[in-house]
Write a protein that binds this ligand. Structure first.
Ligand code: C2O
Ligand code: CU
Length: 485
């Protein structure tokens, strides 16, 4: 295996290789932008909303006129949008009717460990069960064909997402469609005059490639384990950019402010997004609203990251085409979607100078400093030279403490921490960049760069994950467990 396709530009598309589609690419900016349906609870009690989601094989029309087999939550790609409300507990039962085991992780969720979607907490495929229902394996973990994930929803409003997290197979399983949006709201956000309803657009962006028969194209591989003939992957890029599952879509919108919740659900691709007209103001990051709005020329999105922006189209004449471009992408990957302005409309939205309370974590509060080196070695992607050990733990940290973590890297690695949110303290020799503002759960670490973060280890006790969100790196062992005690 070689590192072919990995270049080391500081601001390139990331670490990976491009898979070229074998069918004619659809014309850009023709397909209407879909908005994933919002899931409805199957049961509502005094304090809890219950949902049921079935993972299944389905045929979807991603490319107009072509059927593509996907693996989807409720047979959809993206899956149905889950809407959480701070203070209302949610229980999401995920039933697996796919031919493979799965595990569902709520990315950005402050979730008890048993509901976090640990990579070996598998939901077995219905119809394939080596053990009777409810059987406990030697490790004591339940092996069932469905699983209840409990989300306490004690966290603030934020744009989260959920996706598959099966050990060694997250890349191919997310690529086939196992990802959806999870939007949390709260009273603080409700009180702000931000654009809402059809002017609040979640945009899940991911790249894919298609084989000649319309199927999703992903490298075949038998194993990812070292020494067993595993095929090395640097990361997989597609040449078709999907937004909410549609290739380079188009949205007709009035000339008013819109809230765009940008989610990078790509396996490996980084984006730098800009609009050809209008302005963008960042209002939120991974884990919710910023303290104050931040005017931006463009925004960077590494895999797993979210950026919440207000796109202001006020004053643009009817018929104006506003293209969202990706300046890190070559050729077709340089375009994302297009807004077409329909005309003026009333707009009572606004972007207040103060959005939310974000208390800066002080460095002096850090009780421990830790260093995590993300590096290629021994045919694997490793953290501190260690490949992932699902049974072990790299370190323990005290519940309720703050720690300083220092990430270093050889290539592009988007570093994601489960449970604990953090603030970026420094990047390279400088302070944080504008895109590092606010509470984060994923941070873009560029080649040969050191990023320091202050991690708020509150929430729950238990075993959690720290990993690279380049899904091919993740599958090739760039993960570590840690315990909150
Ligand atoms: Cu979005 Cu551990 O993942
Ligand atoms: Cu990585």
């Amino acid at each position: 295996a070689t590192l072919a396709g990995c270049s080391r530009p500081v601001d390139g598309p990331g670490t990976g290789e491009l898979l070229t589609s074998e069918l004619p690419l659809p014309e850009r900016f023709r397909t209407p932008l879909p908005i994933p349906p919002v899931a409805r609870p199957v049961k509502v009690t005094a304090d809890t909303d219950h949902y049921l989601i079935t993972q299944r094989v389905a045929r979807a029309e991603l490319i107009p006129g072509t059927k593509t087999e996907i693996w989807g939550y409720d047979g959809l790609f993206p899956g149905p949008t889950l809407r959480g409300r701070k203070g209302r507990r949610m229980v999401v039962t995920v039933r697996n009717e796919l031919p493979v085991p799965t595990s569902t992780h709520l990315h950005g969720g402050v979730t008890p460990a048993e509901s976090d979607g640990f990579p070996t907490d598998l939901i077995l495929p219905a119809g394939y069960s080596p053990a009777p229902p409810g059987h406990h394996s030697a490790a004591g973990r339940r092996h069932d064909t469905s699983r209840d994930y409990t989300y306490p929803m004690t966290q603030r409003a934020a744009t989260l997402w959920y996706h598959d997290h099966r050990m060694d197979f997250t890349g191919p399983q997310v690529w086939r469609g196992l990802a959806g949006l999870f939007l949390v709201t709260d009273e603080v956000e409700d009180a702000l005059p931000l654009p809402r309803d059809d002017r609040d657009l979640p945009l899940m962006i991911c790249d894919r490639s298609f084989a000649a028969d319309g199927s999703l194209k992903y490298p075949r591989r038998d194993t990812t384990h070292p020494g067993a003939g595993g095929i090395f992957h640097a990361g997989i890029f597609g040449d078709v950019i999907l937004v909410n599952g549609a290739p380079w879509p188009r949205a007709e919108v009035p000339a008013v402010r819109h809230r765009l919740r940008l989610v990078n659900a790509s396996n490996a691709r980084r984006y730098r997004l800009s609009l050809s007209a209008g302005t963008i103001t960042q209002i939120g990051s991974d884990a919710g609203l910023l303290a104050a709005p931040l005017p931006r020329e463009d925004v960077l999105l590494a895999p797993g990251e979210r950026v919440d922006v207000i796109a202001d189209f006020t004053g643009l004449p009817a018929g104006t085409e506003v293209t969202m471009a990706n300046t890190l992408g070559d050729g077709p990957a340089g375009d994302v979607m297009r807004f077409v302005i329909t005309g003026p409309a009333a707009d009572d939205s606004g972007v207040p100078a103060r959005l939310s309370a974000v208390a800066a974590l002080e460095r002096t509060r850090a009780v421990t400093e830790r260093r995590f080196d993300f590096r290629f070695g021994g045919g694997l992607w490793t953290i501190n030279n260690q490949p992932y050990d699902p049974a072990g733990t790299m370190f323990s940290a005290g519940l309720g403490t703050v720690e300083l973590w220092r990430f270093t890297s050889d290539f592009h690695h988007p570093v994601h921490v489960h449970l604990a949110h953090f603030q970026v303290l420094s990047r390279g020799a400088n302070g944080p960049e504008p895109g590092d503002a606010g509470w984060k759960d994923t941070v873009d670490v560029r080649p040969y760069e050191t990023v320091q973060v202050l991690v708020d280890l509150s929430g729950h006790r238990g075993r959690y994950l720290l990993h690279c969100h380049n899904l091919e790196h993740e599958d090739m062992a760039m993960m570590a467990n840690f315990d909150i005690v």
